[in-house]
Design a protein around this ligand. Sequence first.
Ligand SMILES: [Fe+2]
Length: 526
Amino acid sequence: MTHQVLVDRRRLLQLAAASASSLWLPRSAWSQQRFAGNPFGLGVASGSPTHDSIVLWTRLIAPGVLQSLGKEPVTVRWEIAHDEQFARIAQSGQAQALGELAHSVHVEAAGLEPDRWYFYRFMVGDAVSAIGRTRTFPAPDAPAQKLRLSYASCQRWDHGYFSAYRHMREENLDAVLFLGDYIYEYPNAAKAVRVPTGGWVITLADYRQRYALHRGEPEVQAMHAACPWLVTWDDHEVQNDYAGLVAGDTGPPVADFASRRAAAYQAFYEHMPLRASVLTKALAGVSSGAEYRLYSQQRFGRLANLVMIDDRQYRDGHVCNPDGKLGSSNISPAACPAWNDPARTLLGAAQEQWLDAAFASSGPGWTVLGQQTLFGPRAFRKEAGDVYWNDGWDGYTAARTRLTESLQRHKVANPVLLGGDVHENWVGHVKADYSRPDSATLGVEFCGTSITSRSRGNQYIAATVANNPHFVFADSEGKGYGVVEFTPTRLTTTLRVVDDVTSRNTKISTLRSFVVEAGRPKIETA
Ligand SMILES: [Fe+2]
């Protein structure tokens, strides 16, 4: 590993604060750099919206290649306007693209008007970026009649093309919730549709290169430029099935997993429209390894509260793996005394407390929880008895129960759990006690399929849904995304799937649509 290029976390914070501010400009940065071509080859993005601010993102790279620019800082100008012609500029400024942060730019445009669409772009020398479109949310106490979100996850390069995003652009969305596995760390897949460059992804340079590969894709760029994204991560942004500071099970082992994780987290920050406050929390730190505080909540007027959580960074290791095995396993709880151990955590104590407080003050409308994976139990029937996958909520049963108890204690209005990770669509009810089908239904769950990543196929689905009656639908073949439209009286979820993930020009269709009325957590087929 090239540890020497990793930035110390305190320094990282200083850099992020400096790069977000237009005040701090080192002399060298004033010299306007000229490029032989366009350094905006990775496009633009926006995200982490509030009612009056938004993060605008870009990253400069060497023109024409997906390569870093070197070490020198570069001053980037930015504009945010009311119109696509930039005739009515709302704000403009300068930001630092620093070599230490891969020349990424995170502008936190503040003091914007609520509930407005804006256009933005970046300039350096005589180069101008693509134009992005973004929006602020309605003020927290403002009425809002409609919110259209997409939830998406799991975009493995070697499994296909990101064509789903071409169709997502037509969905007229207010925001995208990306729920993890933006990249994968693998060098290649069996029967790869295409092979990513770079081999195993382990060092900071590797992670940067893999993100650049994805951001070089026109479909990905176009969707980032279409509306703001709220992002969290899952395991493959670091390594398959890692847990907290316990390494996962794929690829060459590294001596210092905490350093690998820190490199991966830094590259994630560099490529996502995240606030510098994600790094501010790094000063509070965890026992070892810098903390990146991804969990957050944001109201969309009185219509919805969007809560995003992180189920990877703080979790305990997998329970009852066979001796010495890293990663995940299918486990029989009957043979695992620690299965329901109340001391085990998926979110970590601090985030769990924060989430409980978020639920306590969640407010009116819909409470949308963007998290990584399937929430409800999924028992696979085997002759010797049911087994469960110990990487998901099933491996952290006490943590799941604490979450459902928190929903009940605070009488959370209309909980809607969105997830990813399993590469399959799962639709179901959130139950007070999953072992008792007649127990109270607290909310609904839509766990989404992958953008490209493979799944095992539908042969096991019918029996597994029947074995887990809180689920009303599942499908293990369609690849794509979900769209949820919220109004004050109902939500409508549409599962959108592409015909052929191995084609750049695939069509899309609707697999299924579901409706849930506000105040009545019962999933109906639309
Ligand atoms: Fe995945």
